[in-house]
Design a binder for this molecule. Structure first.
Ligand code: NAP
Length: 554
């Protein structure tokens, strides 16, 4: 990093705060941040918009929702005891199990008493004089904290496309990302699902057998491959426990936070027959192994990628009875992994159910939502329920809707008007004492692994500041520019195309900027080591001139 020496100043005048640290969001990242900050001796309050624990895994409770990373690689690894006492029943756990797990963690580590639910942040204002944040919530509360940690997630603002008449539908509408906690009665109903991303392709087979009729509205077909979920048998449970340390070590060293072993051959090293046999192994492999363990050139060489796509297309044709439906389900506009590939259970098979039909929106676009159903170019189909599986305002969605105002009243949404600018995907210039783990520029793989790395760094930073008597920390503009430049330059090498929501492409008017961490974990680790090794050279650190009491922990 080419940043100046840290500025050590007597700056802010310290006012009493309600808490040292205010965490926003009770998802996987926020829960861990609360735990780590408590463990380090800070007073902490966590505010959560939802009525319970889980974040993404609280809101996305639609039928069929489940992990597509292996449960034990997605879960917390900070406590061996926790790992040993929780048995995941399946390699890819379903949402109710995930929610149970997160509640278990919260209770086991006595975190619930530091949490408040149904508290949506309406504003977060930084006061330069005192170096504190004042955060207001929808339920009228106001909290002053020295440090604000927005663990608000990348997939937390459901996106509804602008379709005329959406509010005029007379039946029930649900977004997969805001599924009600009370059961939705789908039995015997005429249901439409709009969208065939990872959420849509999970919900479709899960409800196909229950509803009277299911109509899928697909704009872009996706390269779906089997999740290959299975129960974790007692012998495997024992092995997981015995191998815990080695597994954690491997995950910590892995580029993307998975256990899958890399292959050592390129696509055209093999004959077509051998290639097809290898692809068959990949087809039968679990989840993301199809990216991580596939031929080494799969994501780099278009001809190699096309071979794998042809293999998947053959599979689709062999599973789906109706050739016309199969044709529509085969993507024709993007390579494998150019968009985030979904992993499915019984998805293609669902189209063999006579009660399931597919509407191709390229051929017959949606004209409007009518009171009775959905009107496309070829007429109106009537429904009782419409499911919007239309994705999220990814990466920055929650952060720019929180009313965050930094130094001089700077609005985060203005600072990021051309796309997010960050350092480590954690800090942004003009917003002292604000951290946003698990936000834009954070991850590029198995999210909790990256986000946990960020939480560990943030906690170490809070301790560093406390030990040296600093009250404020703000990243230098040069460091922010350098990290953001690294992200933007590296984005060109990403397998994801600019039409992916990882570039904000699904939300009209959103800047087309890469929202993942194109440097991956190695770059994050190296940059953190640089920060620590250089004594926080990339930051401006200030000390209060007046000391005041910090009340006892909330
Ligand atoms: P998504 O991948 O963004 O998919 C949204 C879908 O809605 C796409 O098929 C999109 O079509 C369609 N759509 C958007 N606007 C539309 C319009 N105006 N008319 C018709 N269709 C429209 O969202 P998602 O499926 O919720 O998944 C988001 C991410 O959440 C995933 O990529 C994954 O990271 C995560 N997720 C993970 C799991 C898991 O297994 N753990 C499950 C679900 C989700 P186009 O492609 O044409 O834009």
């Amino acid at each position: 990093m080419t940043s100046p020496e840290p500025v050590h100043e007597q700056g802010s005048s310290r006012l009493a705060t309600d808490v040292d640290v205010l965490v926003v969001g009770a998802g996987i990242t926020g829960i861990y941040q609360l735990h780590r900050a408590r463990e380090a001796g800070f007073s902490v309050l966590l505010l959560e918009a939802g009525g319970g624990v889980g974040g993404t895994w609280f809101w996305n409770r639609y039928p069929g929702a489940r992990f597509d990373s292996e449960s034990y690689t997605y879960a917390y690894l900070f406590s061996k005891e926790l790992f040993e006492e929780w048995e995941w029943p399946e390699h890819f756990a379903q949402q109710p199990e995930i929610e149970r797990y997160l509640n278990h963690v919260v209770d086991r580590f006595d975190l619930r008493r530091h949490m408040q639910f149904d508290a949506t942040i309406t504003s977060a204002i930084y006061d330069e004089l005192s170096g504190t944040w004042t955060v207001a919530t929808s339920n009228g509360a106001e909290v002053r904290a020295r440090f604000l940690i927005a663990a608000t997630g990348v997939l937390s603002v459901p996106w509804f496309p602008h379709v005329p008449g959406r509010d005029e539908f007379g039946g029930a509408s649900y977004h997969t990302g805001m599924w009600p906690a009370t059961p939705v009665d789908l039995a015997g109903k005429r249901v439409a699902v709009i969208g065939t991303g990872s959420s849509g392709v999970q919900v479709i087979p899960a409800i196909a057998g229950e509803v009277a009729a299911l109509t899928v509205y697909q704009r872009t077909a996706n390269w779906c491959t089997p999740l290959n979920n299975a129960p974790i048998l007692p012998g495997e449970q024992a092995r997981l426990r015995a191998d815990f340390e080695a597994m954690r070590e491997r995950l910590n060293r892995s580029m993307h936070g998975f256990l899958h072993r890399r292959h050592d051959r390129a696509t055209f090293d093999d004959s077509r027959a051998d290639r097809w046999a290898f692809f068959e192994t990949m087809w039968n492999s679990p989840g993301f192994a199809k990216l991580n363990s596939n031929y080494t050139d799969l994501l780099l060489d278009h001809a190699a990628n096309a071979e794998w796509c042809e293999f998947i297309a053959e599979k689709i044709r062999s599973i789906v009875d109706d050739p016309e439906t199969a044709r529509k389900l085969i993507p024709n506009d993007h390579r494998f992994a150019e968009k985030r590939p979904p992993f499915v259970t019984g998805y293609y098979e669902a189209y063999n159910n006579p009660d399931v039909s597919l509407v191709d929106l390229v051929e017959t676009p949606i004209v409007r939502i009518a009171a009775s159903g959905i009107e496309t170019a070829d007429g109106v189909r009537e429904f009782d329920i419409v499911v919007w599986a239309t994705g999220f305002d990814f990466g920055t969605g929650a952060l720019v809707r929180m009313g965050i105002r930094g130094r001089g009243g700077l609005a985060l949404e203005d600072h990021w008007a051309d796309g997010p600018t960050t350092f480590l995907g954690i800090h942004s210039t003009g917003f002292p004492n604000l951290f946003f783990p698990g936000g834009p520029h954070a991850a590029a793989g198995n999210n909790p692994r990256y986000n946990g790395d960020q939480v560990d760094y943030i906690t170490d930073t809070l301790v560093y500041l406390r030990d040296r008597g600093y009250d404020t920390i703000e990243v230098d503009p040069a460091a922010e520019a350098e990290w953001t430049e690294m992200i933007d330059t590296g984005a060109a090498l990403s397998p994801f195309g600019e039409r992916s929501y990882f570039f904000g492409a699904n939300v009209p008017g959103k800047p087309r900027k890469y929202l993942l961490n194109s440097g991956g974990r190695p770059k994050l680790f190296a940059a953190i080591a640089d920060v620590v090794g250089s004594d926080y050279k990339a930051f401006r650190l200030t000390r209060s001139s007046v000391s005041g009491p910090t009340p006892s922990p909330v």
